[in-house]
Write a protein that binds this ligand. Structure first.
Ligand SMILES: CC(C)(COP(=O)(O)OP(=O)(O)OC[C@H]1O[C@@H](n2cnc3c(N)ncnc32)[C@H](O)[C@@H]1OP(=O)(O)O)[C@@H](O)C(=O)NCCC(=O)NCCS
Length: 172
C-alpha cells in the first residue's frame, strides 16, 4: 500500500472494500488525521510514533484500495492501536472516519487485532470506553466484550464535565 492521503476524507456511499495493513510509523500522519476526526483530543503523529515504539505495541490501519484505472487513491478508513504485555493486551484507541462508519471497518480492525494477538501469548483483551459512547459499546458487545469494571470520572469532556468509563474484557 502506498501511504494514502487522508486530507479529503471522502468515501463513496457504497460499502468499502476493506483491506488492513500494519500501522507503521510511515502511516503516523494518516492515523493522526483519522484520530482528529474521531476525538476532541487529537493525537499528533509524533505521539502515535512514540506509542508504536513501546515494546508489545502495534497498530492496524484499514483502507479502501485505490483504483488506478479510475485514478482513485487508497482511502484510509480507520485504525486501531494496541499494547500487549505478557498475556494481556489493551486497545488504546480505535477510530473510523466518520463517512466510513457502519460499514464494518471497526469490526474488521478488531478481527485483525485478534488474529495478530492469537499468534502470541495474549489471552485477554481489555479496553476502556466512555459510558455514553453507544456506538463503540455496541461494536465491542457485538464482538464479544463484556463489562468487568467501571472507572469513575475517567474521561474529561470539553467544558470540564467528567464521565465514567466502562472497563470491557474479551477472552481469546
Ligand atoms: C466506534 C466506531 C469505531 C465503530 O466503527 P464502525 O466502523 O462504524 O463499526 P462497524 O461498522 O464495524 O460496526 C460493527 C457493529 O457495531 C455496532 N455499531 C457500530 N456503530 C454503531 C452505532 N452508531 N449504533 C449502534 N450500533 C453500532 C453494530 O452492531 C455494528 O454492526 P451492524 O452495522 O451490522 O449493525 C466508530 O463509531 C468511531 O470511530 N467512533 C469515534 C471514535 C470512538 O469513539 N472510538 C472508540 C473509543 S473507545
Amino acid at each position: 500500500m502506498t501511504p494514502p492521503n487522508p486530507s479529503d476524507g471522502s468515501t463513496d456511499s457504497d460499502a468499502p472494500n476493506i483491506e488492513v495493513v500494519p500501522l507503521t510509523a510511515a502511516f503516523a500522519s494518516v492515523a493522526s488525521a483519522l484520530h482528529a476526526k474521531g476525538f476532541d483530543d487529537a493525537w499528533e503523529s509524533d505521539a502515535i510514533i512514540r506509542l508504536l515504539d513501546v515494546p508489545g505495541a502495534f497498530g492496524i490501519l484499514a483502507y479502501r484500495p485505490g483504483d488506478t484505472s479510475k485514478n482513485a487513491e487508497d482511502q484510509p478508513l480507520g485504525f486501531v492501536l494496541v499494547q500487549a504485555v505478557l498475556d494481556e493486551a489493551e486497545i488504546n484507541t480505535i477510530t473510523v472516519a466518520p463517512d466510513a462508519r457502519r460499514m464494518g471497518v471497526g469490526r474488521a480492525l478488531l478481527m485483525a487485532v485478534e488474529e495478530r494477538l492469537q499468534q502470541g501469548d495474549v489471552n485477554r483483551i481489555l479496553l476502556e470506553v466512555a459510558v455514553d459512547n453507544d456506538a463503540a459499546i455496541a461494536l465491542y458487545q457485538q464482538h464479544g466484550f463484556a463489562e468487568v469494571g467501571r472507572r469513575k470520572g475517567y474521561y474529561a469532556r470539553q467544558g470540564g464535565d467528567k464521565i465514567d468509563a466502562l472497563v470491557l474484557e474479551r477472552l481469546l
